[in-house]
Structure formats: C-alpha cells, structure tokens
Design a protein. Sequence first.
Length: 182
Amino acid sequence: MNDMNHEEWVSKTQMKKRMNELQDLGMELTRLSNETLKKAGLPEDLQQAIRDYKKITSNGATKRQTQYIGRLMRDIDPEPIREFLARLKGESSAHNAFLQRVEQMRERLIENDQALTDFVSEYPAADVAALRTLIRNARKEKELSKPPKNFRALYQAVKAAMDHSQNNLDYVVDNDFDTDED
C-alpha cells in the first residue's frame, strides 16, 4: 500500500514544471488565428480565454489571462493539442508522410490517365470532373511553362480527397472501440 502512494506522489517542483509546460502550450495556441483555433477542437471556454488574451493590452492582465489559460489547460488532455501544433509546424512524421503520398499521387495523375481511375476507386469521395479538369490544365501549364496554378490546385484537391478518406477511416476505427457489450 505504501508503494502505491509513493507512485502517485508528485513533488511540488514537478507539478510546477508540468503546469508551466501546459501554460507554454496554451501560449502557443494564442499565436494561432481564430480560424485555426476552431480546427484545433478545443473546449469553448479555452477558445474564449485565448480570444480574450489576444484583446488584452495591459501587462498585469495578460499575466493573469496567461495563468487562467494554463489553469484551463490542466483540465484537458494536452496530447491532441501537441499533435495539432506539430502538424501545423510540419513536425509530425506521419503528416509529412501523408503529404509525400499526396505529392506522389499528384505526379502519377499528371503522368498517367489510368491513375485517375485508380485514384477514384480508392477515394470515391473525390470529384472526378474537377480532378480531370485540373489534371488537363496542369498538363497544359507544364507544356507552356506557365505558373503552376492548376498544379497547386490539383495538389489541394488530391489532398482534400485523401484527407477526407483518412478522417472517415479514423472515425470508423474510433467507433469500433465505442461499442457497449452487455
């Protein structure tokens, strides 16, 4: 029983260090735009505290708001936030691998007509007509040495289709574990 209490005990210094880390994480969130904050999936009270922080100009008030944000951060799991920020910064190896797959798929679509059929069979949510138009225009841009406007738009369209498919897969996997067995 003493061993169990020893494992749960955390020194005051360790607690302060953890609280400061959460506060710093909250401060990273204050540097994001409001649109990006909405995508982060934060609780509404934390989003509001961050919006309020951005409006404050007084030094004392910013310090209090910083502490309040840190306090709100204690009530949530910081890992999804760290992953979100890493993805934004491009530090996530999984996200970088995904972006490389998107890049490779775009190149295949431009080089090979059969690749579009394969892509649509793998990602049925993709807009075939829009992709076909973007591929045709990207090929013309390349031939005429024009700026790669459609080349970039094709990348975004492929990324959206692949991301949509990935998010739906994550949802299905998450829901598989939520079943109640009585």
